[in-house]
Design a protein around this ligand. Structure first.
Ligand SMILES: Cc1ncc(COP(=O)(O)O)c(C=O)c1O
Length: 459
């Protein structure tokens, strides 16, 4: 029998940042003072920070060297041209407008393409994307496959769009009322679930027939490409870089939060193929972000980003990145902890409905669970359930999503396997005392994206 051959991260650690463990008593007080919202904790009170993988990854020595190559000219920085060339070569898009981060690109795109009364179909919503679509006068319509709403369904491409849902919407409102389809690669809110290329090709065919463009939220496209390489027939021998290029080629433009895949602390862009839309975007970016050759970024940020894009597409890197998340997910499944299956690519998502079945959704089970994990071990996670889903604009009631989740998001190249073990053991301890946990009531609710700043009290 052939012996098992393990693999490890394709890097060694050159610099470290100390983290500190606090006492349980200290953490109880800290989370109470933070209104039971992990976004309101101070990061120095956190031991292992799994709030997000956004802007929290470790840059490589090459990216740090890139910072020193920053050309901080107001206009025409050479780092912008490096970024533009990289986006063209790696992602296929012709025109690039840098923005300070993903939502800057979403804002500009929504303002340009959406008119009052339009409908924007998408494969499950993302918080900032949907809000910008609504602020521009549009209405988001979920056309993700039903499997995505079921945390136990094992379908491998739960980010796929349901073409029947799209055809139904086109039949009802007409293609003229649909400025574009908003497609995310690896669907964050579904638990980091990928789309398949087969589905994207079918979507391309249908949208071409109706003259509707596809705009791609490519925030975690490399992770999606890895899942296609692993699980989609016909792609096992293709590199992640080739698959990413093919995905992008099937779409008309993209918004990108480069703080994820591309491993920079800040940055994003809007990329399109249509010169008319590009012209409008580079005019509008001047109002909200900065000149079209920096869009709210320093030259050094654009350099680190251009380098990070290429690093994000290396097969060894992405295998280790997703592999670490899978390691944590499988460990938790073996402990009997209810998580979203299949394991997502950027984090492990706890199924709070099953974890805390005695807490009804109006008492915020996922928000409660995130606070309890913090109290147990100083591990910071975040809610992705009823708080994130916000309110129904028409009725004023909470939106009650089927998925009531806690996201344990893994930054790239930051934590070790031992950290993963500590995380799983902490969640297991909370699971063992789950019956004693009570829910929360919301005592402060901000108007927009309430999950960031809402405050709660213990019931
Ligand atoms: C799928 C997805 N789209 C868009 C965004 C928004 O990007 P940013 O946080 O850079 O504004 C995020 C970030 O959390 C995301 O995960």
């Amino acid at each position: 029998m052939e012996k098992k051959r393990s693999w490890a991260e394709p890097y060694k650690i050159k610099m470290v940042e100390p983290v500190f463990m606090t006492t349980e008593e200290y953490r109880r007080k800290a989370i109470e003072e933070s209104g039971y919202n992990t976004f309101l904790l101070r990061s120095e009170d956190v031991y292992i920070d799994l709030l997000t993988d956004s802007g929290t990854s470790a840059m490589s020595d090459r990216q740090w060297a890139g910072l020193m190559m920053g050309d901080e000219a107001y206009a025409g920085s050479r780092n912008f041209y490096h970024l533009e060339e990289t986006v063209r070569e790696c992602y296929s898009y012709k025109y690039v407008v840098p923005t300070h981060q993903g939502r800057g690109a979403e804002h500009i795109l929504s303002r340009i393409l959406i008119k009052q009364g339009d409908f924007i179909p998408g494969n499950m919503y993302f918080t900032t994307t949907k809000l910008h679509q609504e602020l521009a006068g549009g209405k988001f319509v979920d056309i993700v496959v039903d499997e995505a709403h079921d945390p136990d369904n094992l379908y491998k491409f739960k980010g796929d769009t349901d073409l029947r849902k799209l055809e139904k919407l086109i039949g009802e409102v007409g293609a003229d009322k649909i400025p574009y389809i908003s497609i995310a690669t690896t669907v964050n809110m579904a638990g980091g679930q990928p789309i398949s290329l087969g589905n994207l090709k079918a979507l391309r065919k249908l949208t071409t027939k109706h003259g509707i463009p596809i705009v791609h939220d490519m925030t975690r496209v490399a992770e999606n490409a890895f899942m296609i390489q692993q699980n989609e027939e016909g792609y096992h021998d293709r590199s992640v870089a080739e698959i990413v290029y093919e995905i992008c080629s099937l779409t008309d433009g993209s918004t990108m939060s480069s703080k994820k895949d591309a491993m920079v602390n800040i940055g994003g862009f809007l990329a399109v193929n249509d010169p008319v839309i590009f012209d409008k975007a580079r005019n509008m970016v001047v109002i909200y972000e900065g000149l079209h050759t920096y869009g709210g970024l320093a030259g050094r940020d654009m350099e680190a980003l251009a380098i990070g894009i290429r690093e994000s597409l290396q097969d060894d890197h992405i295998r280790a990145r997703v592999g670490q998340v899978m390691y944590l997910g499988e460990k938790m499944m073996n402990m009997g902890i209810p998580i979203v299956k299949p394991v997502g690519t950027h984090g492990v998502f706890l199924n709070a409905r099953k974890f805390l079945p005695h807490i009804t959704q109006d008492k915020f089970p996922a928000q409660t669970l995130a606070a309890e994990i913090y109290i147990d071990s100083g591990v910071r996670s975040m809610e992705r359930g009823v708080v994130s889903a916000g309110r129904n604009k028409e009725t004023g009631d909470h939106n009650y999503p089927n998925l009531e989740l806690v996201r344990l998001t893994i930054p790239r190249r930051v934590y070790t396997q031992a950290h993963m073990d500590v995380i799983a053991e902490s969640v297991q301890r909370v699971y063992e005392r789950r019956d004693s946990i009570r829910g929360l009531k919301m005592v402060y609710e901000p108007e927009y994206l309430r999950f960031f700043q809402a405050r709660f009290e213990k019931l």
